[in-house]
Design a protein around this ligand. Sequence first.
Ligand code: MG
Length: 159
Amino acid sequence: MNRVGIGYDVHQLVEGRKLFLGGIEIAHAKGLDGHSDADVLIHAIADAILGALGSGDIGHHFPNTDERWRGVSSLVFLKEIRRMLEKRGATLENIDASLVAEAPKIGPHIARMKAVLGEALGLAPECVGLKATTNETMGFLGRGEGIAAMAVACVSLPK
Ligand code: MG
């Protein structure tokens, strides 16, 4: 039985933070603000997988009131979610995600993000879809005030 899930997240870009996207650090004047490393792409993917499992969301499983998750790499969340998938006898079939960022340029980093995300989730690179677009200078994303991500995930579960 196949199940799909959807995830969306947005974080503010601020000075004095490192920028993490898709599990890698990217050189940029600003970083995303948040309790963990604020990797908005991983958070959207995590919510998509949890959605496919019908199992709450990232805020439920990894609350920002929990000191365990302060400053932690969001790859840790994927590791935990992989454990949840295993527990349910579920197989993650593929993920597909889009980043919305005015800057920095995401294109040069896509291949490495796909490799890191695929490794973390046990997916072949062709099962990790990853695209990026700008917001055409419109709105808060277009002004570079933050970065947003959306993702879908397909999970197969035993009948
Ligand atoms: Mg988040």
